[in-house]
Design a protein around this ligand. Structure first.
Ligand SMILES: [Zn+2]
Length: 410
């Protein structure tokens, strides 16, 4: 395994840090250093500095950020744990005094292709959602069980208090006049399950296990993406030393999903565990690789590791494009990722995994150029094709976890 690769993949996440001066090949002074307007208040400003720019733009989002934090924490690598703290410490600032967590922090619109310190429009903390609050409770509780720090556990409990007081979903939609990424989630049951499992692991309080049981869904292991956090609840139970009944469900669910993924991969010409190609299909591949490695850890069955390795092979070049989907690695790799610092500096930042083929033609370039193509061919190394050639911290975090699991054999 190429350790330069895992280092570069993690380094990209560090380079997405907000609110601090960065040196190196993509330098900029501290960006987004001012206080943010809390939407719906009469001009109340709050310090919400820090965190990571989510993707090719400079928005900061609690929900996908939580997925990235979990993958870094689960990787267990010391430098990744440190990087996760950068986002966790920002998330702490996104909590309201009643325990609820603001969904996101962005300007009203996307900036041009400039460096982050040149985005100087008003910063706005969007309203609280239960998905963001439950994800916050989950990652803070899991972090508390790793770092043994009250400064993560108490806010996690306060977020859970908010969830109990608000048993129905508080969905998120962009406030009027805002057009930045929405990350709107129509179901918060999986996030509440994740929060309950993580808090059980952090506190041993049986109340949380009772709640987790009432929220449990046997499909959690087969659902993926930033809006499906049930799998992370199962992983909290598996990786914790606690021994609840659910742990056995969790292991069985993961093994059963791994068997399905092997079948799906067998029928894919590149042995990718994909049956369709959606926005961010490459993360689906790396997430599935991680699940296969979890199955290998549980069972010791070589077949699962073998198929996990095939998922990384797909990302590195065994795909319809015959190219590496990670900038700077492989003979042919993306040169024009949809990523503002890369465009502003005139060179692709290395170590970034692009989204990959998306058969649903979700940007004007794709609509114009991909009509009639096979699903696996719906990709272009073009700045304009943001639905296939953008990057994000949570895609990189998933890739990082897969690489480190393969490096460590589990
Ligand atoms: Zn910034």
């Amino acid at each position: 395994m190429d350790s330069d690769l895992s280092d570069a993949v993690l380094k990209m996440i560090t380079a997405q840090r907000c609110g601090t001066q960065l040196t190196g090949d993509f330098p900029h002074p501290a960006c987004h250093a001012g206080r943010a307007l809390i939407w719906g208040t009469d001009g109340y400003l709050k310090d919400c500095t820090g965190g990571w720019h989510d993707a090719g733009d400079y928005g900061r989002y609690v929900v996908p950020g939580a997925k990235a934090v979990m993958d870094l924490l689960l990787s267990g690598r010391a430098d990744a744990l440190d990087e996760a703290r950068w986002e966790l410490d920002w998330m702490l600032k996104m909590q309201n005094s009643d325990g609820g967590v603001y969904h996101k922090l962005t300007c009203r619109d996307f900036p041009g292709f400039v460096m982050p310190d040149q985005e100087t429009e008003e910063l706005i903390a969007s309203p609280v959602s239960t998905a963001a609050t439950a994800d916050f409770a989950g990652v803070m509780a899991f972090a508390a069980s790793i770092f043994h720090e009250k400064r993560y556990l108490v806010p996690a409990m306060m977020a859970y208090v908010f969830l109990i007081a608000n048993p129905s979903i508080i969905p998120f939609f962009n406030p009027e006049g805002m057009v930045t990424g929405e990350y709107s989630d129509s179901c918060d049951k999986d996030e509440r399950f994740f929060a309950s499992c993580a808090l059980y692991c952090a506190t041993s309080n049986p109340y949380f296990m009772k709640k987790a049981r009432s929220l449990y869904d046997m499909d959690f292991a087969s659902q993926g993406d930033w809006d499906c956090m049930g799998i992370y609840g199962l992983l909290c139970l598996i990786h914790s030393r606690k021994r609840p009944d659910l742990k056995w469900n969790a292991k069985a669910d993961i093994l059963s999903r791994a068997d399905e993924l092997v079948c799906i991969a067998e029928l894919n010409p590149f042995k990718a565990a994909l049956s369709t190609y959606r926005w961010g299909s490459n993360m689906e591949v790396t997430d599935n690789g991680c699940l296969l490695m979890e199955a290998f850890r549980i069972s010791g069955k070589e077949k699962y590791r073998e198929y996990a390795k095939k998922q990384l092979d797909y990302i590195l070049g065994n795909n319809a494009q015959k190219m590496s989907f990670i900038t700077g690695f492989g003979e042919k790799s993306p040169l024009h990722p949809h990523h503002r610092p890369s465009e502003a500096m005139g060179k692709p930042m290395p170590g970034m995994m692009v989204g990959g083929p998306d058969q649903h033609l979700q940007d004007p370039y794709a609509l114009e150029n991909f009509k009639g193509l096979e699903p696996c061919m719906c990709y272009a190394d073009e700045l304009a094709s943001y639905s296939t050639n953008e990057v994000s911290v949570y895609w990189n975090a998933s890739l990082f976890r897969l690489i480190t699991m393969l490096e460590n054999n589990g």
